[in-house]
Ligand binder design. Structure first.
Ligand SMILES: Cc1cc2nc3c(=O)[nH]c(=O)nc-3n(C[C@H](O)[C@H](O)[C@H](O)COP(=O)(O)OP(=O)(O)OC[C@H]3O[C@@H](n4cnc5c(N)ncnc54)[C@H](O)[C@@H]3O)c2cc1C
Length: 378
């Protein structure tokens, strides 16, 4: 076992909670700080591909996710009029289905309960203000003026990570891709028993089952350099985007969209922190190190995998620098692949929607190859 015995995790989201559970399981004491005074879990649903379920299984919560979500193996690919031109099967892995859709707040609840059951102390409404990052320990000052010393600090504080900026400076920033995603939760009709991707001329829509009774509609659009949408425009803008779809799969939903508060709209940003993601006693994981577009449904999967792999490496003998270097060896190329492929798909989509498609761009083939690569052992 490495010399790391007590760890501070900054950020109690998907990656931070997973890291806490994985570390406690490995016999390493973990404490989490979360800057929200109480959790407000944004978002709608999450697609958990089989590699995410494999990682969740390692922290003991895959079965609960399957119980509370909706497992499916295929995505039907359709034209805007509903014509199905192909069906893409996603790869089951061992006993796990190709995908599990789950409401984001259910996933959060499952991870939070598991963390609490492991006895992890979670301090809400707290962040870091300073890290004195030495070679033998990280000395942390918190926003409530308390302080503590840790063998390791994990920055799992998302896209706009404070830990990343304290350690690596402010020059590494996320970049807007030109695309945004709109999402709307609604009742799931029986015919939506698998995922659907529906391709328009100016956007892409999708239906993702989440539970026995619910699904979400997504619509990926190009918003140019004006991604901000005011609340009073939310409903009309989304309806305008959806007007190019004539399939009842979409038209049946349009009338249900009445309240802007039911729409979750998000401009899409990406970020890849160069290798290494660690310095002395601080390491960055999840979106804070590699935020990606949702095109491959892999962002949260990568955060959970980071957590599992880091805990595995920390159980091995070796100096902390060796352990963290071994962690990078297992994580960097895999995460870089997802960030880059998702970005490429987003760029190709935008070219197509402008009427100038990239010659020979084959999004389906690229997605298939990339997702197949993700099934390799981590
Ligand atoms: C529209 C959209 C759809 C997506 N769909 C999918 C999908 O279907 N499947 C999938 O796998 N992924 C998906 N993702 C990606 C996924 O949401 C992220 O990759 C995942 O949430 C990353 O987890 P994280 O823990 O690294 O960061 P977050 O989930 O962002 O968690 C960070 C946590 O840190 C806290 N925090 C922030 N700053 C501080 C601070 N200074 N101090 C203390 N705490 C702090 C935050 O409050 C939060 O709780 C999607 C993303 C988007 C934007």
């Amino acid at each position: 076992m490495s010399s790391v015995k007590n760890v501070l995790i900054v950020g109690g989201g998907i990656g931070g909670l997973s890291a806490g559970i994985a570390l406690q399981q490995a016999g390493i004491q973990a404490e989490i700080i979360e800057y929200q005074p109480e959790y407000k879990v944004y978002g709608v649903g999450i697609i958990q591909p089989s590699n995410a379920l494999r990682a969740l299984d390692q922290i003991g919560v895959a079965d609960q996710c399957l119980e509370e979500g909706y497992a499916f193996n295929t995505f039907h690919m359709c034209a805007s009029n509903g014509h199905r031109f192909t069906t893409a099967s996603t790869l089951p892995l061992g006993r796990f289905p190709g995908n599990n859709g789950i409401p984001r707040n259910r996933l959060h609840h499952i991870l939070l309960e598991a963390a609490r059951l492991k006895g992890i102390h979670i301090r809400m409404g707290t962040t870091v203000t300073h890290i004195d990052n030495q070679s033998d320990a990280a000395h942390v000052t918190f926003s409530d003026n308390t302080s503590g010393s840790y063998d390791l600090v994990i920055g799992a504080d998302g896209l706009h990570s404070k830990v990343r900026s304290l350690i690596f400076g402010d020059q590494i920033k996320s970049q807007y891709t030109g695309q945004s995603v709109w999402r709307f939760t609604t009742e799931r009709p029986a015919e939506v028993d698998n995922g659907f991707m529906i391709f328009g001329k100016k956007s892409k829509a999708g239906l993702v089952p989440m539970t026995k009774n619910s699904m979400y509609l997504l619509c990926v659009t190009a918003e140019g350099d004006r991604p901000k949408i005011s609340e009073d425009q939310m409903v009309s803008k989304l309806k305008e985007h959806l007007s190019e779809y004539t399939t009842p799969l979409v038209t049946d939903i349009i009338n249900r969209i009445q309240d802007p508060k039911d729409i979750v709209y998000r401009p899409l940003e990406w970020l890849l922190l160069p290798d290494p993601w660690y310095q002395n006693r601080v390491v960055i994981i999840g979106d804070a190190a590699h935020a990606t577009l949702p095109q491959l449904g892999q962002g949260a999967s990568l955060a959970i995998e980071d957590a599992v792999v880091l805990a595995e490496e920390l159980q091995k003998e070796g100096a902390v620098s060796e352990v963290l270097s071994a962690f990078m060896e297992r994580r960097f190329d895999r995460c870089k692949m997802i960030v880059n492929v998702s970005k490429t798909i987003g760029e190709w989509e935008q070219m197509e929607w402008k009427g100038t498609p990239v010659p020979d761009a084959n999004i389906g083939a690229l997605m298939g190859r990339t997702l197949a690569n993700m099934m390799a052992p981590i």
